[in-house]
Write a protein that binds this ligand. Structure first.
Ligand code: ATP
Ligand code: MG
Length: 156
């Protein structure tokens, strides 16, 4: 497991982080986004999808539970389990079928879906301090990665 802690000082930094992170994710992986309400989870997913080439809106899936994207043949599911009252609701929505798809899955509030979910390949944890965000990236895959951030090569 590798961990990296990075300061995102502005929204522009979050946009840039989307550009740097997106190419590192395998075509099929599970990514949890952690952090309080308003920490910036959806904003980071938006940056990642924009970096992938998605130009239209990225809505928060708070009410729909999941939003689906097909970006140049890459399927992406963006979940938000904040409104889940019982993890069984995930069975009803067919979570297993989603997770069995060749797709990148982003999940906000994954903790509310436990114990139904498998372990994440990556965890993106955000902490807010006014406009600043502290992003901690955990790489749980067995492959180490290199993240170039502001002209430094960081090992992840
Ligand atoms: N550096 C920054 N990076 C990301 N977001 C920022 C930053 N500075 C300010 N913000 C603002 O913080 C807010 C983050 O909201 P966002 O919906 O992304 O949070 P969230 O973690 O998804 O919350 P929720 O748990 O309600 O889904 C946005 O209004 C965004 O503009
Ligand atoms: Mg959100």
């Amino acid at each position: 497991m590798n961990k990296l802690k990075i300061e995102l000082n502005t929204l522009e930094d979050t946009t840039l982080m989307g550009k740097k992170l997106w190419p590192l994710f395998p075509k099929r992986c599970l990514i949890f986004l952690q952090g309080d309400l308003g920490a910036g989870k959806t904003t980071l997913v938006r940056s990642l999808l924009n970096a992938a080439g998605h130009q239209s809106k990225v809505k928060s899936p708070t009410y729909t539970l999941v939003e689906e994207y097909n970006i140049n043949h890459q399927i992406v599911f963006h979940f938000d389990f904040y409104r889940i009252n019982d993890p069984e609701e995930l069975e009803f929505m067919g979570i297993r079928d989603y997770l069995d798809t060749d797709a990148i899955c982003f999940i906000e509030w994954a903790e509310l879906g436990q114990p139904l979910l498998p372990a994440a390949d990556f965890i993106l944890n955000l902490k807010a301090h006014a406009e600043k965000r502290i992003l901690t990236i955990t790489n749980n895959t067995d492959k180490s990665l290199c993240l170039n951030w502001k002209n430094k090569d960081l090992l992840l």
